[in-house]
Design a binder for this molecule. Structure first.
Ligand SMILES: [Zn+2]
Ligand SMILES: [Zn+2]
Length: 452
């Protein structure tokens, strides 16, 4: 009876403590910045698992890892992503230091940085294409929502220096393989595709789009009225109910593609057909940044409530040129890792922190000192072993071992040090044996193997 009551009391006390701590933090203004959050070990496990799965597929596909700085000159994104996009307009985090004359920005996306790195590191002179992948935090000052953060993680891949439609399919295929490796069933995944043309054919389409919207001028949302002036393609991104009707009746871009864009897109679709990869043509699919050309795509998780975008990408044939380089067509894609984590958890994917199966209990000064050497031996044999070297009493150390669900405890006291022995205790049966110190690692290894 008392056993049941005790932990409850303790939990309550802990809760009060936690509450007090957070209110102290609040008073001093030291909570995490709005829209940002801590990732604890139990969460980070999922990020790592996703990364490791993707890494295998990407490296097999010839992609190599690149790590670009989190800070870049702001104009890299202004030029690359486009001045009239939401991203450059209101979602970037700018910063300035005393030394820097230029305005800096926390990277809001990965592609512009990669294109810069491609030019700056002379990759432009290597055999093309260059295949790169990245993983890390990005920053956008968006309205915080459930599962959407202002510091978010992306995992992306780019093929730079190849304009052929086959690289569009390669990148789509890589994204598909990664989703499958993460355990998403192809039955619930939807690949949407569109082409948003090139510099040559886009003006014709934008004219047609504006003409179409002219009839609905008074019906559409204020955002769309603004977009029609500054960045007309973005009206197709509008989620406002008011704009749905006009959006769904737009003419498809495919009818306005130039010969080059049309044959490119045809190549993509035919190859996907040949590979039996199902897709949907979505005439309202556009990507928010100016650098996108031709193929754009998104992978959705089909959900009862609404479809969730898990990954997206597209071709950006002009970006390297826009940054001052030679003509180098390219294509890329990125996953929103935070959403992948959320969906994996919803699907019941369980990842647990590894727990040691052995725990070292030490009593007395000599044993404490020698414990360091003993722990080192276990580490050399790659056997995870827990300890609480800071504690002194046998009871509190055994208590810790119990809470961790440890199978074997080693008890190392004054007498054992003198005898060159250690006590091995099976925590389930309670049986204790005394084992020579120089045999203990082998003995534990043997028993762990038997228990597997
Ligand atoms: Zn075109
Ligand atoms: Zn709208």
């Amino acid at each position: 009876m008392s056993l049941k009551k005790k932990p409850r009391k303790k939990n309550k006390k802990n809760k009060i403590l936690a509450k007090n701590n957070s209110s102290v933090l609040k008073k001093r203004g030291f909570q995490a910045v709005r829209g940002m959050h801590d990732l604890l070990a139990k969460d980070w496990l999922y990020y790592e698992w996703i990364y490791n799965n993707a890494k295998k597929i990407l490296e097999f596909g010839g992609f190599s890892r690149i790590e670009t700085p989190i800070l870049e000159r702001a104009d890299l994104f202004m030029e690359g992503v486009g001045k009239n996009t939401d991203l450059a307009g209101k979602e970037m985090y700018f910063l300035k230091t005393k030394e820097e004359k230029e305005l800096l920005a926390l990277r809001p996306e990965g592609t512009a940085s990669l294109a810069r790195a491609y030019l700056e590191n002379g990759m432009v002179n290597l055999p093309q294409p260059i295949k790169l992948y990245y993983f890390g935090p990005f920053f956008r000052h968006e309205k915080p929502q459930a599962g959407r953060y202002r510091q978010f993680y992306q995992l992306g891949a780019e093929i730079i220096g190849e304009g052929d439609f086959s690289s569009d399919v390669s990148i789509i295929l890589i994204a598909k393989q990664i989703l499958e490796a993460l355990g998403f069933s192809w039955k619930n995944i939807r690949l949407s595709l569109n082409s948003i043309g090139c510099q040559k054919c886009r003006p014709n389409y934008l004219r047609a789009l504006k003409k179409h919207y002219r009839f609905y001028k008074k019906k559409i949302c204020s955002n769309c009225s603004l977009r029609l002036k500054n960045n007309p393609l973005r009206v197709l991104d509008c989620k406002d109910e008011k704009c749905l009707e006009v959006k769904n009746s737009v003419p498809p871009f495919l009818d306005y593609l130039c010969d080059d864009c049309r044959s490119h897109f045809k190549g993509v679709l035919e190859l996907l057909d040949y590979l039996e990869i199902p897709y949907f043509l979505d005439k309202t699919l556009v990507r928010g940044f100016d650098y996108y050309t031709k193929t754009v795509f998104e992978f959705y998780l089909e959900n009862e409530e609404k479809n969730l975008a898990l990954a997206g990408g597209g071709r950006y044939d002009r970006l390297v040129e826009l940054l001052g380089g030679p003509k180098r067509p390219a294509i890329g894609m990125a996953f929103g890792v935070d959403r992948l984590v959320e969906e994996l958890k919803k699907k019941g994917k369980i990842l647990k922190l590894p727990q040691p199966k052995v725990f070292l209990v030490q009593i007395g000064e000599m044993a404490k000192k020698q414990s360091f050497k003993l722990l080192e031996k276990f580490r050399e044999e790659n056997i995870a072993i827990g300890e609480s070297l800071g504690k002194e009493s046998l009871g509190s150390q055994l208590n810790t071992a119990n809470k961790l669900g440890i199978k074997y405890t080693l008890i190392f006291g004054q007498q054992e040090v003198l005898d060159g022995m250690v006590i091995l205790k099976d925590m389930d049966s309670g049986i204790q044996e005394t084992i020579p110190l120089d045999k203990i690692v082998e003995e534990v290894k043997k028993r762990l193997k038997q228990n597997q």
